[in-house]
Design a protein around this ligand. Structure first.
Ligand SMILES: [Zn+2]
Length: 237
């Protein structure tokens, strides 16, 4: 077995590694996962917009409640002064009563507005809860698909490791210059850099080599690197 036969073994491993890498990058589950991620992104966009609308309403509601509490405290203060005996003048008492009435009315208004906002928030909170639930379902599906991908990749990577070890063993005896030619041919010619000469046919391009050139190929010393005159791959005789 010549080092050129070893080159064909290297070629077999490389082809197998190419196939495994292709399979690794084109798992059906990768497309499924990408689809789910796109759905999640759309959903997150909606969630963000509903969430910010809800936060805005709740902020306004909180400010109204705070204001109502302040007004209520003021009303309580006025109420206290009305009945603690500190004010006796009739006119002043009437003013305090009017203040108390206005403050209580204002408190009522503020509380009503806060309730309106609370009612506006309800459907948004429900929508957000629905979106959260939908998100959880999608995330669960994504987790499952990602597990399948991880398992498939682990299996493929083990196979790639085995192929690489085989390739490394087979390439040990090959002249580095030949390997380098092979590598650049492989890169240029769709992954096949070396092919068996089968009768008069190159198994790389599947073309018959014309008799004169075939004769030249056959007469070349066995340790010489010969190339297919049609496709320029290294011919293994
Ligand atoms: Zn060829």
């Amino acid at each position: 077995m010549s080092s050129f036969d070893d080159l064909l073994v290297v070629q077999e491993h490389d082809t197998r590694i190419d196939q495994l890498r292709h399979r690794r990058e084109h798992l059906d589950e990768l497309e499924v996962a990408a689809g789910i991620r796109a759905e999640l992104a759309t959903l997150d966009g909606r969630r963000a917009s509903v969430g910010s609308e809800l936060a805005d309403i709740r902020g306004r509601e909180q400010r109204l409640e705070d204001e109502a509490a302040t007004v209520q405290a003021k009303a309580a203060d006025v109420h206290g002064r009305l009945y603690d005996g500190s004010v006796v003048a009739h006119r002043e008492l009437e003013d305090l009563q009017e203040d108390h009435r206005l403050l209580t009315a204002r408190q009522g208004q503020l509380e009503e507005q806060a309730i309106e906002l609370m009612e506006q928030a309800e459907p948004l909170a429900a929508a957000l809860a629905e979106l959260d639930a939908a998100r959880a379902v999608l995330q669960g599906r994504l987790d499952e698909v990602e597990q399948v991908i991880a398992a498939a990749w682990a299996e493929i990577d083990t196979e790639i490791g085995t192929e690489e070890a085989g390739r490394s063993a087979a390439s040990a005896a090959i002249d580095p210059a030949v390997l380098s030619d092979y590598t650049s041919l492989r890169r240029r010619l769709g992954g096949i850099g070396a092919a068996r000469l089968s009768g008069a046919r190159c198994e790389g391009c599947h073309l018959e080599i014309p008799p004169a050139e075939l004769d030249e190929v056959r007469r070349a010393p066995s340790d010489a690197t010969v190339f297919c005159p049609q496709c320029s791959r290294i011919l293994v005789r």
